[in-house]
Design a protein around this ligand. Structure first.
Ligand code: ZN
Length: 500
């Protein structure tokens, strides 16, 4: 039987290599490929995707998995690998080929229409194809099956185990915590000087600062690279080949630096996955929510903290003497933690960001659970923005048309961003308990101990445990938004002079 398990792993490694080869092409497409290469590149990537898919749905792989499921001689890790393999395969097998093709064709068209509708600020242009996408995703949910609502199947794709029933209580508690915090901050008479971040910051020096932080975080440049793209991202082809990208703005310091720290957090997760299980179902990240907990932990919890800047600010002042020479550490720290309700999710601060996600969660739930007509979605969006953030977009490009996700059928994706924030706060509480002098160490510029802690507590397990099991193992309890509440109060009460 051990031989059958070996066969499963070998076949999975072939499949992973096809997917990684496709990812290399995708990375090149976004970094160095000349524009005219796009048609050939899309064709080549589609071929690799379909080859990997054929291997996944192959009948004899199903037979092999059935045999392994009944194999009592397998150890716990191997059983987890079989469980994850079956999960992936079941999803793929249940989807009719015709539906997959229709979805991918519709998504291709939807992207073009979305770009145009956003430029023209015209939701009516987008509505018919969005309606079609919702219908196709509903059919996808029916094909895969669900216990509660069709939306559960979509959530589960990105965050295994998530459902409306499990998410609702967590998200509603988070909403109340965040709304209260935003209102308290709005009443504060203290305001950060964010204009100091719009001074001149030459990209070459921003890169120097970014590389210094990445190195201290433990990013291994023998196993990774940093390149430039319009939209920063992370991709990986092996634990020893992880790519991140960033984008420098000469007159806005946070864009480049915090995206480097954010993507660096994603990269450390990929580099820290169990090498012995590389290419097998266990050798992958647990979920998007856990992935995002790594990037946001580094970007916000560590990267925007006062201890971090006690060490990094003098370095930044040396690199940018004209722009930061006359600024104090406290002024700088307040500026990078400014909280202001705004319309665009990707530009939002760490606190209001969560409300942007909750707006999308409510709208997606309305579309898939309550069968809200797509034509009525903008009104719901604007109403939620007003209730949660106190502002109403003047047009849909600043509202429901701003994100790309729905155009590729990515319904259920957004909540993972928020879950990442909640998990990050919970990791922080657990780390503090184990390393009480954490702040003092970070203030000395030490960051490696954090990476090693994350390696040990989270990365090395890959997909062995569910998100909830992992969370309980790390922190002693399942996801609990009160850790996020405590974290927000610790940082923002002091900055904005709030009474905790
Ligand atoms: Zn991210």
């Amino acid at each position: 039987m051990a031989k059958a398990f070996e066969t499963l792993c070998a076949r999975w490694r072939d499949m992973s290599d096809l997917r990684y080869a496709e990812a290399v092409l995708g990375w090149d497409q976004q970094t160095y490929m000349p524009a005219k290469g796009n048609d050939a590149r899309s064709r080549q990537m589609a071929l690799l995707t379909s080859l990997a898919h054929e291997k996944l749905v192959a009948k004899d792989l199903g037979t092999l998995l059935e045999r392994l499921l009944d194999d009592a001689s397998l150890d716990e890790e191997s059983r987890a690998a079989v469980r994850e393999a079956k999960r992936d395969r079941d999803r793929a097998v249940k989807l009719p080929t015709a539906l997959v093709r229709e979805l991918s064709e519709t998504a291709g068209k939807a992207h073009v229409i979305w770009v145009e509708a956003r430029a023209k600020r015209d939701f009516a242009l987008y509505a018919p194809i969005l309606e079609k996408l919702v219908e196709l995703k509903r059919r996808e949910a029916e094909a895969i099956g669900y216990e509660g609502t069709p939306y559960d199947t979509l959530l589960d794709q990105y965050e295994p185990g998530a459902s409306v029933k499990t998410l609702d209580p967590v998200l509603m508690k988070t909403r109340d915590i965040v709304v209260e915090m935003v209102r308290a901050i709005a009443r504060s008479s203290r305001h950060p000087r964010t204009d100091i971040l719009t001074r001149r910051f030459p990209p070459a020096k921003q890169e120097k600062l970014g590389l210094d932080v990445l190195t201290r975080m433990g990013f291994d440049f023998q196993s990774g690279r940093l390149d430039l793209t319009v939209h920063p991202f992370t991709t990986n082809f092996d634990v020893n080949d992880v790519r991140i990208t960033t984008h420098y703005e000469p007159y806005w310091l946070p864009a480049g630096l915090f995206s480097i720290i954010h993507e660096g957090g994603h990269a450390l997760y990929e580099m820290g996955l169990p090498a012995a299980w590389a290419g097998t179902p266990l050798g992958e990240a647990r979920s998007l929510g856990i992935h995002e907990s790594q990037s946001r932990f580094w970007e916000n919890t560590i990267g925007r903290s006062l201890p971090f800047w006690r060490h990094a600010f003098p370095l930044a002042q040396k690199l940018f003497p004209k722009s930061l020479g006359d600024i104090s550490l406290d002024e700088f720290h307040f500026a990078i933690n400014a909280v202001t309700p705004s319309f665009i999710r990707i530009e939002a601060d760490e606190i209001t960001y969560n409300l942007h996600i909750l707006v999308r969660y409510e709208v997606e739930k309305a579309l898939f659970v309550d069968k809200l007509p797509v034509a009525d979605a903008p009104a719901l969006w604007n109403d939620l923005m007003r209730r949660y953030l106190g502002i109403t977009p003047a047009h849909d490009a600043d509202g429901i048309l701003q994100d790309v996700h729905w155009s590729f059928g990515g319904f259920g994706y957004f909540p993972t961003y928020l879950l990442g924030n909640l998990y990050a706060a919970q990791w922080r509480a657990a780390l503090r308990k184990e390393v009480p002098d954490m702040d003092a160490r970070v203030a000395r510029g030490e960051l490696l101990f954090i990476k090693e802690w994350l390696n040990r507590k989270i990365h090395q397990y890959g997909r062995r445990y569910s998100s909830t099991e992992l969370c309980t193992r790390v922190s002693g309890e399942p996801l609990n938004p009160l850790h996020f509440k405590r974290y927000l109060h610790e940082r923002f009460d002091a900055l904005y002079g709030l009474k905790g």
